[in-house]
Design a protein around this ligand. Structure first.
Ligand code: AMP
Ligand code: MG
Length: 348
């Protein structure tokens, strides 16, 4: 398949009437799949009502069919087409965080959306993205858009159109490029079908922010205990892994440098994932800086690009610093632990 590369300036007015957006929207209406930017990561969108379109999303990504997709909308009222009852707490959160990086799980209205999109579940995950291009595209298509991250399954999610191109060129109808995404980690997934809402995936909206609005929420125990089965189907899959083995190191800079030096002496090409504050302390074959640890948002924003960079640098082993498990640091550590296959080295 010929993949059309469509560049869009996200700052122009009336984006939804812009020829490039109309072109992309037309492809969605024809049940083709189109990659587009959101404020979290690039998504791979398709008509959420069409089995045909949704099947193409799963095929292009190589995504397991038991992993449901998030349905993206551009206006609050759209929700009533897919959901019978909006719980009070969900309503409060929608008012505060939509558009934005919060996905909410509802009981689904039957017979409206593709069963393949929701993996046959009785629930549906919905979010309204904040990116002007995403909103314009959904609006111009007039459709609910099912969209997972626009990467090949298992790879780090894409935060630039180049990442999407690396993974999906020739496999999708078009890629809409509007520059790098901002937040850099995916949306928070919050299940609002139970008595007490429960975080199934940490992401762009923090637990602290949610609790400030609706009081205490639960966190899926599987997020902190590997013995538990995750409640979100997607959370059981390995994800984000660079080609070389990645080890997270709980320890000081001297300890990390010692690990690097030992491996170099054994003849390995060693990569290290660090931050602005610590970059000067390491001597290694490849030093990848990912934001400032004093501003965790900058780490989130650069994380997937940093993980991807190790493949290009052809390293054979990677050591990474760890981050504070607070605020967006919870999402960062969740993704890093997955990328590392939970391999953690702790300084004695
Ligand atoms: P992705 O869009 O690839 O970042 O993944 C979306 C995440 O939302 C995956 O972890 C899915 O398993 C999860 N998800 C989507 N729909 C549901 C649902 N109805 N119940 C629980 N998790 C869901
Ligand atoms: Mg994904």
């Amino acid at each position: 398949m010929d993949t059309k590369y469509i560049e869009v300036d996200k700052n122009v007015d009336n984006l939804n009437t812009y020829p490039q957006i109309i072109d992309a929207a037309k492809r969605l209406k024809q049940n083709e799949v189109v990659a587009f930017p959101t404020e979290t990561v690039y998504g791979l969108g398709g008509n959420a009502k069409s089995d045909d379109a949704v099947r193409k999303i799963f095929e292009a990504k190589g995504r397991p069919s038991d992993n449901p997709l998030i349905i993206h909308i551009s206006e609050l009222e759209q929700i009533h087409e897919f959901v019978d009852a909006v719980p009070e707490k969900a309503r409060t959160l929608m008012k505060t965080f939509w558009p934005g990086p919060l996905t909410i799980i509802f009981q689904k209205k039957e017979g409206v959306l593709s069963e393949i999109a929701t993996a046959g579940l009785s629930t549906v995950a919905i979010r309204m993205p904040e990116h002007p291009v995403a909103l314009a595209l959904i609006q111009a298509s007039g459709l609910p858009i099912a969209a997972p991250s626009a990467n090949r399954s298992g790879r780090p999610s894409p935060t630039t159109a180049e990442h999407v191109w690396e993974d999906l060129n020739g496999r999708v109808s078009a890629i809409v490029d509007a520059g790098p995404t901002g937040i850099g980690v995916e949306s928070t997934v919050l299940d609002c079908t139970g008595e007490l809402p429960q975080i199934l995936r940490p992401g762009g909206v923090t637990k602290e922010q949610i609790e400030a609005e609706i009081g205490i929420v639960k966190v899926d125990p599987a997020l902190t205990n590997q013995e538990e089965a995750p409640k979100s189907p997607g959370m059981k899959y390995t994800h984000y892994a660079p080609d070389a083995p990645l080890f997270l190191v709980k320890g000081g800079r001297e300890y990390i440098q010692q690990l690097i030096s030992d491996k170099k002496n054994e003849g390995f090409r060693v990569g290290v994932l660090t931050t602005e504050e610590n970059r000067a302390y390491y001597t290694s074959d490849f030093v990848q800086v990912c934001g400032r640890r004093s501003q965790l948002e900058t780490v989130a924003s650069g994380l997937y690009d940093a993980l991807r960079s190790f493949n290009k640098a052809d390293v054979e082993i990677i050591f990474s610093e760890v981050f504070e498990n607070k605020g967006v640091g919870v999402a960062i550590m969740n993704r890093l632990l997955k990328a590392a296959g939970h391999k953690v080295i702790t300084e004695a």
